[in-house]
Design a binder for this molecule. Structure first.
Ligand SMILES: [Zn+2]
Length: 278
């Protein structure tokens, strides 16, 4: 039953000083792992799929599969479209079971971003689907960081459920340790009650997670470092197994299900500040 939107997860997380992981998935196995991890930890999660990955598996199939599992689970699970760029993709996501969408108008002017986001919020909210939007542009370059002086107007004018902030995190595996601008995060938090979202959230140190959550981040998008670690582990295991016997695709699938579940459980505990990650 509990397929929920961000509105049912993030304000509660913010009040209780924890963050809900937004696990980006690239296939159906990762969805299975995420649901199993949430159920094992008895803790809510967000399953996310990026519009750009739709060339591999159409976003509609992911939405139908993930929302079906969420509805059967006892744990509140949100199924979220990550970085939706087009109205077409967003409407398609809403129709195929996503309970939440992100509209990414970060490359547009402030006015255009507000206008488009507001239009999507009007449609989505009327049917109980939450909307996340981005202000500033996530990635390197301080020029693109979120400007705290625009935050109040942006969140009020659009009526979004969550705000993705650009504070020095980046998508992908970090080559160098990122400098996360926590002072800016504090300045942003002072301007709004809207829950804040950290993108590029895997591969940071424990202290940064704790501080970001303390300041007010209540959703952390988590994929690259985990995916990189699990894939290398599977590769090594299959390589050594193949020296002793024949290997098949199910060997890889079984390892994928197991290792992603393990990593996701650790991440849930970390963001609930229950356990330090190794
Ligand atoms: Zn992102």
């Amino acid at each position: 039953m509990p397929l929920v939107s961000l509105d049912e997860l993030l304000p509660k997380a913010s009040q209780n000083n924890y963050a809900v992981p937004g696990f980006n998935v690239v296939n159906l196995e990762m969805i299975m792992s995420a649901v199993r991890a949430a159920e094992a930890e008895k803790s809510p999660i967000i399953i996310e799929y990026t519009e750009d990955d739709g060339a591999r598996i159409p976003l509609e199939y992911i939405g139908q599969f993930a929302s079906c599992l969420a509805k059967k689970s006892d744990i509140p699970i949100c199924v979220h479209l990550d970085h939706g760029n087009s109205l077409r993709a967003i409407m398609s996501a809403i129709k195929s079971g996503y309970s939440s969408v992100m509209y990414d108008g970060a490359s547009l002017s402030f006015e255009e971003n507000v206008k488009n986001t507001k239009r999507i919020v009007e449609v989505a909210k009327s049917i109980g689907v939450s909307v996340e939007a981005e202000l500033g542009q996530i990635g390197p370059g301080e020029d693109n960081y979120t400007d705290p002086s625009l935050v109040e107007d942006f969140t009020k004018d659009t009526g979004i459920s969550a705000l993705a902030v650009a504070i020095g995190t980046e998508h992908g595996v970090y080559k160098n340790k990122p400098k996360v601008d926590l002072k800016r995060l504090e300045d942003i938090k002072k301007e709004t009650e809207t829950p804040l979202v950290m993108h590029g959230g895997s591969g940071l140190d424990t202290e940064t997670y704790e501080k970001a959550i303390d300041i007010g981040v209540s959703k952390i998008n988590y994929y690259s470092a985990m995916s990189n670690k699990v894939t290398k582990r599977i590769l090594n295991e299959l390589q050594s197994a193949s020296e002793h016997h024949e290997i098949y695709l199910q060997d890889s699938v079984d390892l994928e299900l197991k290792y992603f579940e393990e990593e996701m459980k650790k991440t849930i505990r970390l963001f609930r500040k229950k356990e330090l990650m190794n």
